[in-house]
Design a protein around this ligand. Structure first.
Ligand code: HEM
Length: 360
């Protein structure tokens, strides 16, 4: 991942390129209302650039199919029937959700296999341009090694992991950040004022600029804290484990609750209120908080953390530099719904629309 530019300038260049396409897309709505998922294409494309080596055109049929399948899988993953099945697999014959979901995942695999096949056909040390290429290259290097971990099933699982974990998460966070700016126009204005003071007209903010933009940085951290996007990612103990007086046998499912930290009233002044001051001191400097754990913690925390933070910053600042986001006509700020997210794997905002008004 590092060789592919994760968290570095190389990927930032791709994010700027994608920002340009995103801005053009938003401009095409000409100030008319459009739905929040319209922002998804750009962050999802960045993960695809890493996976496949190239961006997709937003109208590309493969791109649209992948977006649809990911969306459907995420909805099914949040279905209560799937949870019943997880807890009572022997009742599988009663539930259909897991079968429908596995079929959709298989449809994603069919597409991924085509990319793996293409990569396999002309891979060499100098042609590694993507995550898929890197895995295939390693597989070929180790083809005579007994017990190599780079076998087809593992490759597919790793690629699929990135497809699912690196798309919905960042795309939904971007949707929330725009929704929250519509809801709190005074915060949106303060971000735009800071952008005006810090970013030269005609250029985009780089990730490095966040150091001179404490307010914007605080707003984005607060977005991630407030939305508690991924309340719990189930894990399995790899070995017998003793933890705080409890014995967790090998193989048992453990579900850490990130919400308990992100909304902990001993850590945050107003845990249930959107409040960028959580990340600012009295002088307006940005303050890091130990309880800010949307990417979890420990050895298996989110692999995409640095990329996600960079994308979020560059896309968000670029969007607010170019547009002011308002609720659609007939909807007031107080009508905007922050409270009842859909049941999906991530906590998505309710389907809502926005109007992007071009700034001077
Ligand atoms: C706002 C965006 C994101 C959030 C909030 C987020 C959050 C998380 C969390 C909480 C986990 C579970 C960690 C654990 O169990 O300890 C995770 C895992 C993961 N994330 Fe992210 N993530 C985001 C974006 C991304 C992106 C952009 C990528 C890839 C480009 C990515 C790739 C992954 C992968 C592959 C895993 C699984 C790691 C493993 O299997 O150990 N994530 N993420």
């Amino acid at each position: 991942m590092r060789n592919l530019g994760m968290g570095k300038q190389m990927i930032e260049g791709k994010i700027f390129e994608e920002l340009h396409f995103l801005i053009e897309r938003i401009k095409s709505f000409k100030g008319e209302p459009f739905t929040l998922p319209s922002f998804n294409c750009a962050p999802i494309n960045i993960t695809f650039v890493m996976l496949f080596g190239d961006r997709f055109d937003y109208k590309d049929p493969t791109f649209l199919t992948l977006l649809r399948l990911i969306d459907e899988v995420m909805i099914l993953l949040g279905s209560p029937y799937l949870n019943y099945f997880n807890f009572y697999p022997f009742l599988g014959f009663l539930f259909k959700t897991h079968k429908i979901m596995l079929k959709k995942i298989e449809d994603v695999r069919v597409i991924l296999r085509q990319y793996m096949k293409a990569s396999r056909e002309d891979i060499n040390e100098n042609s590694v341009r993507s995550y898929i290429d890197a895995l295939i290259f390693k597989q070929q290097e180790e083809k005579n090694k007994k017990d190599s971990l780079f076998h087809d099933d593992n490759l597919m699982a790793s690629i699929l992991d990135l497809v699912m974990a690196g798309t919905e998460t960042i795309a939904t966070t971007l949707q929330w950040s725009i929704l929250l700016m519509m809801k709190y126009p005074e915060i949106q204005k303060k971000v735009q004022e800071e952008i005006g003071r810090t970013v030269k007209a005609g250029s985009w903010a780089t990730y490095e600029d966040r150091k001179n933009m404490p307010y914007t940085n605080a707003v984005l951290h607060e977005v991630q804290r407030f939305i508690t996007l991924l309340p719990h990612v189930p894990r399995c103990t790899a070995v017998d484990t003793h933890f705080r007086g409890y014995f967790l046998p090998k193989g048992i499912i453990v579900i850490p609750s990130l919400t308990s930290v992100l909304l902990d009233k001993t850590q945050w002044e107003t845990p249930h209120k959107f409040n960028p001051n959580h990340f600012l001191d009295a002088e307006g400097n940005f303050v890091k908080k130990g309880a800010f754990l949307p990417f979890s913690t420990g050895r298996r925390n989110c692999i995409g953390e640095s990329l996600a933070k960079m994308e979020l910053f560059v896309f968000f600042v670029g969007l607010l530099q170019t547009f002011t986001f308002r609720p659609q006509p007939g909807v007031s700020e107080s009508d905007l719904d922050l409270t009842v997210p859909q049941t999906t794997f991530t906590l998505r905002p309710q389907p809502q629309a926005t109007c992007a008004v071009l700034r001077e």
